[in-house]
Design a protein around this ligand. Structure first.
Ligand code: C5P
Length: 221
């Protein structure tokens, strides 16, 4: 059994979805609930790891035994993840991080005015946390895992993304009904920078979590 193969290890998991504010009452967000990240955190606790869960806007209950940090925006998530990653053996970026944020934040609520067209929303890029962590490696041998939701050419796009991000493992999901966002189940392929390809059959997010930790534990040696 793998019950304690992560004992003595510190792992960081990000979960949920970031929200990028437009004004005090509005944001750009996504449909991530945090279920996959929370399943990863629970599985790592069960395998003996010290777990830091950086949670973005999830309503799920804190996993027992994990240190839970909260982040709202991508910038806040980045701060928390980079800090926690400093002494981490593995970092798993399961959070859906906004690629873009509004260029301007309105201090007062944006109002509609009679006879006026709405102002366009200008977006700017957010830093890519996964790429940054992969490039920096706060610790030698640190294992970095990313997630990718794809709608088409899942494997080819996944391989390209793995190379672009520079992570060790990329969990590639096909986005669809009953899969990925908000679902209790998931189906995925885990691509390794070493060329490996591990299919994970349709099943509970806890099973995918255990496959990810199996692959991470292998690489930690
Ligand atoms: O590029 P894309 O958003 O598809 O990549 C998804 C992966 O990259 C996820 O692991 C996500 O947590 C991470 N990501 C990130 N910072 C961003 C965007 C995505 O760390 N700004």
């Amino acid at each position: 059994s793998h019950t304690t193969d992560l004992a003595g290890r510190h792992v960081v998991v990000s979960a949920g979805g970031t929200r990028e504010p437009l004004d005090p009452v509005r944001f750009l967000g996504n449909r991530s609930t945090g279920r996959q990240g929370y399943a990863l955190a629970r599985a790592a606790v069960a395998r003996g790891a010290r777990v830091t869960l950086v949670s973005a806007n999830s309503e799920l209950p804190d996993p027992a035994g994990a240190d839970v940090l909260r982040a709202g925006t991508a910038a806040q998530l980045r701060e928390a993840v980079l800090k926690a990653a400093a002494d981490a053996d593995a970092v798993v970026m399961a959070a859906a991080v906004a690629d873009f944020r509004p260029a301007h934040y309105a201090e007062g609520k944006i109002k509609k005015r009679d006879g006026q067209e709405p102002e366009p929303i200008t977006l700017v890029r957010n830093p890519d946390i996964l790429a940054e962590i992969s490039a920096e490696r706060a610790r030698p041998g640190q294992i970095v895992v990313g997630f990718a939701a794809e709608t088409d050419d899942v494997l080819a796009n996944g391989r390209a993304k793995l190379a672009r991000k520079g992570c060790d493992l990329l969990v590639v999901n096909e986005v669809g009904e009953h899969k990925t966002f908000g679902a209790e189940t998931n189906e995925a392929v885990v691509l390794g920078a070493d060329g490996t390809e591990t299919p994970v059959p349709y099943g509970p997010k806890g099973a995918l979590a255990d496959t990810v930790w199996d692959l991470v534990a292998d690489r930690l040696g």
